[in-house]
Design a protein around this ligand. Structure first.
Ligand code: GLU
Length: 469
């Protein structure tokens, strides 16, 4: 049975990068009718915030990335918040200490900084030199009575080689010597991220860890720990990171926003998923897909090693697709009550179908609400220019045509075409300007019944008065 997981540290809002990781884990699990688990990695009490946990849960639910095990839903390996699992970690610290596989380290951050500086200056990779590795119990007691709070270091078996097959990046090989003894418990007694992370993956029977490439160097340490504790080791797949146009990791200055911000702006959840699914994973199918279909086409071998470039225009492309594929009822929630209240209820369906290709975000509808429903039109400067340049007879004929054809747009256009002997742009441009105040927009045929005979009449009369003689 496959089990994947998402294990965010709640020290900030979810962004496109971490949500993509969650999405890939969801798609992989769902492709195998398996379990996707959500665990909150909040051991760093100083940086973790309850508000971030609430928002990340809201974000995942909004995106429809459902988890079958974990916080809120429960499961056989609860609790799923690491801050509630301290005793579990303690028992593994004890095991390692008892087996002499971990030792207290009293080196101060300043001392360690000095050592690192010296190593780097002499061209060596920075690693812990083992200062506290061989302290005897008297030396340990002595330091403890001085009130120095030690960290706990894992004793890396010096000569070992750590090898594993990364499901994205292939064979990986690390030399333990280069890693050096590393901290697994901080001086404030909280576990280091990669310690509790590895223990929990194993205890919770996670089989596949799909995560960002930035965690690749943590993996050999995690494997060493799990081996030392005789715990099962999951399979790892490290996905290429998302980068900005300049090749640097995606950040605010590349236009990256939090999921909460994107939701506020009016991005559709499935549009984001369609975009993110393709950022670092190749799908043959380039159409707008449901989560279930994305899952059925998701393959680990289609995950890319290379970093994926964030492209705002692609995101917009999927937003447009998302709008085309949303039903009118679903778009009501998306528009929100304030906007909805400005659209006559009995014309909602017709309105949304007409303007759907011309909007990307809820606020874009305001322009069309004004253009269609307002009693008094605000003509754009360029529209006014067209109207004043148009011969008044055009509007006289248009008024006659609306009187005789009513809302039959086809008939209306044919009549106007014949009586004014115009066609194409010369026919449609002044008409659109007169009826909507705009020079572009939804199909006139669709707007016609929405504006209604009375307002069309009124608008044409107004244009007759300002048009060229
Ligand atoms: N809590 C870690 C993070 O948010 C999890 C990393 C992992 O997926 O293993 O970066």
């Amino acid at each position: 049975m496959i089990k994947t997981r998402f294990a965010p540290s709640p020290s900030g809002l979810l962004h496109l990068g971490n949500v993509r990781t969650a999405l890939f884990n969801v798609l992989f699990a769902s492709a195998h009718q398996s379990i996707f688990l959500l665990r909150i990695e909040d051991t760093d009490q100083e940086r973790s915030g309850e508000g971030y946990i609430t928002t990340l849960i809201k974000d995942l639910k909004w995106l429809d990335l459902a988890w079958q095990e974990g916080v809120e839903v429960g499961g056989s390996y609860s609790p799923y918040r690491q801050s509630e699992r301290t005793q579990i970690y303690q028992s593994y610290f004890d095991q390692l200490e008892n087996k002499k596989l971990a030792y207290p380290c009293f080196c101060s951050p300043q001392e360690l900084k000095q050592v690192r500086k010296r190593q780097l200056a002499s061209g060596q990779p920075p690693r812990y030199p083992g200062t506290c590795a061989r302290l005897n119990s008297d030396e340990i007691n002595n330091r403890q009575t001085k009130g120095i709070k030690p960290t706990l270091r894992f004793r890396v078996p010096d000569s070992s080689i750590i090898e594993f097959t990364d499901l994205v990046r292939g064979e990986q090989r690390f030399t333990a010597h280069d890693i050096g003894d590393f901290i697994i418990r901080r001086a404030d007694s909280s576990p280091a991220f990669f310690f509790s992370n590895a223990i929990d993956d194993s205890l919770m029977e996670v089989t596949h860890v799909l995560r960002g490439e930035d965690h690749l160097t943590n993996t050999p340490r995690q494997i060493l720990l799990l081996q030392a504790l005789q715990l099962s080791i999951p399979q790892y797949a490290h996905i290429g990171l998302i980068i900005g146009h300049d090749g640097a990791p995606l950040s605010k200055r590349h236009g990256s926003r939090s999921i909460a911000e994107l939701r506020e702006e009016g991005y559709l959840p499935l549009a984001l998923c369609n975009y993110l699914a393709r950022l670092g994973h190749h799908f043959e199918d380039t159409s707008f897909l449901s989560l279930a279909t994305l899952a059925s086409q998701f393959k680990l071998e289609n995950l890319g090693k290379a970093p994926a470039r964030f492209d705002e225009s692609q995101l917009i492309h999927w937003q447009r697709e998302g709008l085309i594929h949303s039903n009118a009822e679903a778009l009501k929630d998306w528009l929100g009550n304030d906007i909805l209240a400005q659209i006559p209820e009995n014309q909602y369906e017709q309105f949304i179908e007409a303007i759907r290709p011309n909007i990307l975000f809820p606020k874009d509808t305001l322009r069309w609400i004004t253009a269609i429903f307002d009693e008094k039109l605000n003509y754009k400067d360029e529209s006014l220019k067209i109207i004043t340049q148009t011969d008044s007879s055009f509007f006289t004929q248009a008024l006659k045509a609306i009187d005789s054809c009513g809302l039959d747009f086809k008939k209306f256009i044919t009549e106007l075409k014949n009586t004014t002997e115009t066609k194409g742009k010369v026919l449609f441009q002044p008409l659109r300007a007169a009826l909507t105040g705009e020079l572009d927009g939804p199909e006139l045929a669709l707007l016609f019944p929405l504006i209604g005979v009375e307002k069309i009449h009124q608008r044409l009369t107004q244009c007759l008065n300002i048009s060229g003689k």
